[in-house]
Write a protein of this length. Structure first.
Length: 385
């Protein structure tokens, strides 16, 4: 559907776009590309490293990424103070402010009162304040968490249009009082052409966890499963690809359990570098805890596992169950149960035919979640105005 040419559309996100860090960055970059295809004029304010300036008709304005190392809350506030300084000078010219996730939106409800012209489009793949009770918090953070939870939902409610990642998230927001007519579901997606699907010879004994390593990701359950795997398959190797606040802790856990020699911990990599490790694994694991913010999302790694012909083991959370089918493209394990995870890994290592059937099913499923098509659905928000 053709959309009229508009004045600058401002795009904001806390995710690093150059280099890419996280699935939100890939989703946002695909949206930027689609906007350019439709004659929008994007002004992008985000962590960009050395990519600031004009590119292909878009203006990129760089700000430092939130570090989150000392405090997630203080880091988000500092990031937003920097963001608003870049945002205010251009906001008066904009028809649309498009944001990926609420971390970049602390000031937006107030800015809407001042700059009444723009429409606020919010694309959310996570509800970040819901993760705070899972992570480590000091006393001040414990006390302020209820307010932050309330305020994140106020940001969400202030949006003129919401794009969410699952039907489960849509229902959750409706339960919180968000009008259903505001909400559009667009699942995460994958650019399969840039995902390696040919495996190395050693991949049949490779098990991978791809992505961030924070408390909500619960990577420790995979480490705890390793003794039960190597007892039957001592040639198995575990690729822990990514970085995060819990990386050192899970490395120490691997050392305590005496399984660190079976593991490779890469630390933080660019997204392109991380994807290369998919060539070395036949099994991809999703280990997220069974808690609300995890239940209402999918997570990008499932799409990248599928597109790389990697058999998937995951907990049966509501969001993932919307897109995956047991015995066809996924094998469920009981959340936070290391013994069950070990048994499921052993099942796939032992049964090559079953593993390959799941891999083939995943490849077929990945084709349903094309990144360009998903971006087109997101940018169809323009028809609402």
């Amino acid at each position: 559907m053709k959309i009229k040419t508009v004045n600058p559309v401002i795009i904001i996100t806390h995710d690093s776009l150059f280099p890419v860090k996280g699935g939100g960055a890939l989703r946002t970059l695909a949206v930027i590309k689609e906007m350019q295809n439709r004659n929008f004029k994007p002004v992008v304010i985000a962590p960009l490293a050395d990519q600031a300036g004009s590119q292909n008709g878009a203006l990129y304005i760089s700000i430092p990424a939130p570090r989150k190392e000392r405090s997630q809350i203080l880091s988000a506030i500092k990031f937003n103070l920097r963001l608003v300084r870049r945002l205010v000078p251009v906001l008066g010219q904009a028809d649309i402010l498009f944001a990926h996730n609420t971390i970049a939106c602390i000031w937006v409800p107030f800015l809407k009162m001042i700059f009444k012209r723009f429409r606020f489009i919010l694309d959310i793949t996570d509800i970040h304040a819901e993760y705070l009770p899972i992570g480590k918090r000091n006393l001040a953070e414990v006390l302020v968490t209820p307010f932050l939870l309330w305020y994140e939902y106020q940001i969400i409610k202030s949006a003129d249009r919401l794009i969410v990642a699952t039907q489960a998230m849509r229902q959750h927001l409706m339960d919180k009082g968000v009008r259903p007519d505001k909400i559009q579901v667009v699942y995460d997606s994958v650019d399969a052409a840039n995902i390696p699907s040919v495996k190395e010879a050693s991949a049949k004994m490779g098990i991978i966890h791809l992505g961030a390593i924070d408390r909500q990701h619960n990577v420790e359950v995979l480490i705890e499963a390793i003794p039960g795997v190597i007892k039957k398959f001592p040639q198995a190797r575990f690729l822990i690809v990514g970085g995060g606040r819990e990386k050192e802790n899970i490395q120490k856990l691997a050392q305590r359990l005496g399984v660190d020699c079976y593991c490779l911990f890469t630390g933080w990599l660019t997204h392109a570098e991380a994807r290369e490790f998919l060539k070395q694994a036949s099994i991809g694991v999703i280990t997220r805890k069974d808690v609300l913010p995890n239940r209402i999302i999918t997570t990008l790694k499932i799409f990248e596992y599928w597109a790389s012909a990697t058999a998937v083991i995951a907990p049966p959370t509501a969001g993932i169950k919307e897109i995956a089918s047991a015995e066809e493209n996924i094998l469920w394990f009981h959340p936070e149960d290391a013994q069950d995870l070990a048994e499921k890994i052993n099942l796939l290592l032992n049964d090559q035919e079953y593993r390959q059937r799941l891999s083939r099913g995943g490849l077929m499923k990945a084709a349903e979640f094309n990144q360009d098509k998903s971006a087109a659905k997101i940018v169809d928000f323009g028809t609402a105005f």
